[in-house]
Design a protein around this ligand. Structure first.
Ligand SMILES: [Zn+2]
Length: 68
């Protein structure tokens, strides 16, 4: 039972990162980054996690380093 629970969590993480395309959106500069981008990691104050399509909807600009 515990194994199934862990599996569900892993699948959830996988789908969040691979299918929904979660990006790190900077609310101040309106740039969005891939979760692994150095600028996304450095950005701790004004950044929120969003789906890529929502970031674009909010006027997001893809990061020049990671491509968004
Ligand atoms: Zn970036």
């Amino acid at each position: 039972m515990k194994r199934i629970f862990i599996l569900i969590i892993l699948v959830n993480i996988f789908t969040t990162y691979c299918f929904a395309e979660t990006v790190i959106f900077n609310t101040k500069t309106h740039k969005y980054h891939k979760p692994g981008c150095i600028w996304a990691i450095k950005c701790t104050v004004n950044c929120i996690k969003l789906e890529k399509k929502d970031a674009v909807k909010h006027g997001g600009i893809p990061c020049k380093v990671c491509g968004g």
